[in-house]
Design a protein around this ligand. Structure first.
Ligand code: CP3
Length: 346
């Protein structure tokens, strides 16, 4: 049997510096791949797709067949949690997610935590099957959205640029809003524990909209819930490495790392790599941070930045990734070039 130490993702997250860093890409399964678009057609809607183990396993494996990433990430979405709790969630063509918004404690009390595991059973099955089907040196990443980011969708009812309703609720009625965050901490903790029990080897927590909060709110709605999630997961699943992604955290990145006790942190593309090498990498493994639009552009500009990131962050514990997920217009051959440059280093 292959030892887990042969998985470079786990070695990097344990703090090892590798000559050839592991890599994977956020949204590595998705519409930029023709074979994904083909499978996507066979599902009635996006949430159904996420809850169909045959389809979800297949699209998780697609990018690995092409590019041999060092990690597979479960194919699902962060909005399966509100759906599982009983909120109406739809993904509309060309519009993204649309939810029946929850804007009061009374509405919040309609949600039902006891629905969670029954509803998520197909996702747990997908995780189990992936853990048996992925290549032996590939690590399986499970994930969830962080409470703050999931709450923004639950409260706004759709994607938003600056989250006016959510931020106003958090300022105007922090005790009420805390009930929503606490519910999400509880649901997300249970959900992630079950992913690990079914075979996820690493957990990433996506806080895509962490960057809109001022420092005191960042601490209350991003750092504190993440501390609780990390504690819960580590108590139930000792040794499982956790990657935090407080996208846009800027100057708060070091506090996030120090206080949450994550094993790795994903950096968005605004973070200077030399600064991260000096201020973050001594405390935890860093992941990142090529601009996803450079992956669209390709060519010399992409290769120059890629090599800078590899040269600077490769001096310490490091996982190569993007600063945010792959977008649909990304040419697959640019992903192939990134994979080739990284793999040539080993
Ligand atoms: O390959 C992977 O990374 C695993 C699967 C994955 C998806 N979403 C699939 C998906 C993961 C990890 C996510 C996370 C996610 N979902 C985040 C956090 C990361 C980030 O990008 O900031 C967020 C904010 C969401 C919410 C979400 N899901 C939105 C806003 C949308 C619509 C926008 C879009 O890209 O269409 C989705 C839909 C979604 N999730 C798609 C995929 C592949 C596209 C839907 C489709 O194929 O029809």
């Amino acid at each position: 049997m292959i030892q887990s130490s042969e998985k470079t993702m786990l070695r990097a997250l344990a703090g090892e510096t590798l000559t050839r860093p592991p890599f994977w890409l956020m949204r590595q399964a998705g519409r930029y791949l023709a074979e994904y678009r083909e499978v996507r057609k066979s599902a009635k809607n996006f949430l159904n797709f996420c809850h169909s183990p045959d389809l979800a396993v297949e699209v998780t494996l697609q990018p690995l067949r092409r590019y041999h990433m060092d990690a597979a990430i479960l194919f699902s979405d962060i909005l399966v949690i509100p759906d599982a709790l009983g909120q109406k969630v739809q993904f509309l063509e060309g519009e993204g997610p649309v939810l029946d918004p929850i804007r009061s404690v009374a509405e919040l009390e309609q949600l039902d935590l006891e629905r969670l595991h029954g509803h998520m059973a197909p996702v747990y099955e997908t995780v189990g099957r992936l853990s048996r089907e992925i290549p032996e040196t590939t690590a399986l990443i499970g994930f969830a959205g962080a409470p703050w980011t999931v709450a923004t969708y639950m409260v706004e009812g759709r994607g938003s640029k600056d989250y006016p309703v959510t931020r106003s609720w958090a300022y105007g009625d922090p005790e009420g809003f805390a009930k929503l965050i606490d519910l999400l901490v509880e649901a997300t903790g249970r959900y992630l524990i079950e992913q690990v029990k079914n075979g996820a080897e690493i957990i990433q927590i996506f806080d895509s909209w962490a960057g809109v909060l001022p420092p005191a709110e960042f601490r209350r709605w991003v750092i504190d819930p993440t501390i609780k999630l990390v504690e819960t997961l580590k108590a139930a699943c000792p040794g499982v490495p956790i990657i935090g992604f407080p996208r846009g955290a800027g100057m708060m990145y070091p506090d996030f790392v120090r206080e949450t006790n994550v094993d790795g942190v994903s950096l968005d593309s605004t973070i200077p790599v030399t600064w991260a090498a000096d201020n973050i990498q001594p405390h935890c493994t860093v992941q990142g941070n090529l601009d996803n639009m450079l992956l669209v552009a390709g060519g010399e500009a992409m290769e120059r930045e890629l090599n800078t990131i590899l040269d600077v962050l490769g001096q310490g514990p490091f996982i190569f990734n993007l600063g945010h997920g792959i977008v649909p217009q990304t040419p697959p051959e640019h992903v192939a070039r990134v994979a080739e440059i990284i793999q040539q280093r080993g």
